[in-house]
Design a protein around this ligand. Structure first.
Ligand code: SAM
Length: 339
């Protein structure tokens, strides 16, 4: 099959592709893989080259559709795409068989980041939109309507930004004179709010932008619901693979895989179990994860914060993991109750 690539696609390096493909290549015949985050289609395209694998891909971003439709034409019996959020995995899987492998490659794609009209990058001079797709609000609405306390909370908790208070105060001050429309205006506000001796390794705007993006797209709620649905829907013996890029995502994945694996009998010793049943959805999981190889880091420095975790589903019947929700309630509440 002759697959064609655009120039941006040539610059797009799917993170830890070899590690993902190696995990999938071990599967037996006629396997179904769900690529929950199609993006540039790097994983899907590579998987479709393997024999006996059918791929179903999802992405919340409509702009990936033409790329996905082309793959549907190239592999009519092996590939289907749905413009859907992975928190709705059950809707998609109802139309398909039970999957053997479910992959989540979290966050933004190169295509989203480099499309400055979407306002994800602090290099953009355009509108502060930040909607990944199927989102209900824009970041522009968030910074122009939320009160100071809520803005501070979002920037502090979802961005882990120590100077959240000052940034929130300066956003309120600036918008009292004029609505904040562009990324340039927001960048200026953040730069004047931050102390001069900031950590030079990361851009001063990184944490605030992360917070606004996560909030706008309810990303932690999506991850929590996506993981729960994946473990409910996957075949016994199937694998869930997650590639995360920041500490909040990784904390959630690590907790879920560790505390619902057969090496733990109770998700937390401080919390009673919701039933007498031991919640062991996954085989033994001892906080093991992979990171990009030195060669990949040279080729694609943007992969430096990636962590790949995978867990294998046991035969235990699914029991709704209430403790998991309880543990990360803080994020769910901020994303869902603030506006
Ligand atoms: C890092 S990129 C994936 C790159 C892809 N693995 C590749 O090889 O090209 C993440 C993609 O996931 C999508 N995404 C993020 N959150 C999502 C969600 N909750 N549901 C569906 N898609 C999501 C984004 O729109 C983006 O296109």
């Amino acid at each position: 099959m002759n697959i064609t690539f655009t120039s941006l696609e040539k610059k797009h390096f799917p993170v830890m592709l070899d590690e993902v493909i190696l995990t999938c290549a071990h599967v037996k015949e006629d396997q179904l893989v769900i690529d929950c985050t199609f993006g540039g289609g790097g994983y899907s395209k590579a998987l479709l080259k393997l024999p006996n694998i059918k791929v179903v891909a999802l992405d919340r971003d409509k702009s990936v559709t033409s790329r996905a439709k082309q793959l549907e034409k190239d592999f009519p019996k092996k590939f289907n795409f749905y413009n859907e959020k992975f928190s709705n995995l059950d809707k998609v899987i109802k139309k398909e068989n039970k999957p053997d492998i479910i992959i989540f490659d979290l966050g933004l794609s190169t295509f989203q980041l480099q499309d400055y009209s979407r306002g994800f990058s602090f290099k953009s001079k355009e509108k502060i939109d930040m909607q990944m797709g199927l989102s209900k609000i824009s970041a522009e609405k968030v910074i122009n309507t939320l009160d100071e306390n809520n803005l501070k909370l979002i920037i502090k908790i979802l961005g882990e930004e120590q100077e959240a208070g000052k940034i929130a105060r300066n956003i309120i001050k600036a918008r009292a004179t004029k609505k904040i429309d562009t990324v340039t205006e927001l960048v200026r506000i953040i730069e004047t709010s931050k102390k001069k001796n900031y950590n030079k390794k990361i851009n001063v705007c990184t944490k605030t932008f992360q917070a606004l993006r996560i909030f706008t797209n309810k990303e932690t709620t999506e991850l929590i619901e996506g993981l729960i649905k994946a473990s409910q829907l996957i075949k016994f013996g199937g694998k869930i693979i997650v590639i995360s890029f920041h500490s909040i995502e990784d904390k959630i994945v690590k907790y879920y895989f560790t505390n619902y694996s057969s090496n733990k009998s109770n998700p937390s010793r401080y919390m009673p179990t919701e039933s007498n049943q031991k919640n062991s959805f996954f085989e033994k999981y001892k906080n093991n994860f992979l990171t990009p190889s030195p060669e990949e880091l040279i080729k694609n420095p943007a992969s430096r914060s990636a962590k790949l975790r995978k867990a294998v589903r046991t035969k235990q019947e699914f029991v709704y993991p209430k403790e998991f929700i309880e543990k990360f309630k803080k994020y769910i509440e901020i994303e869902n109750d603030t506006l």
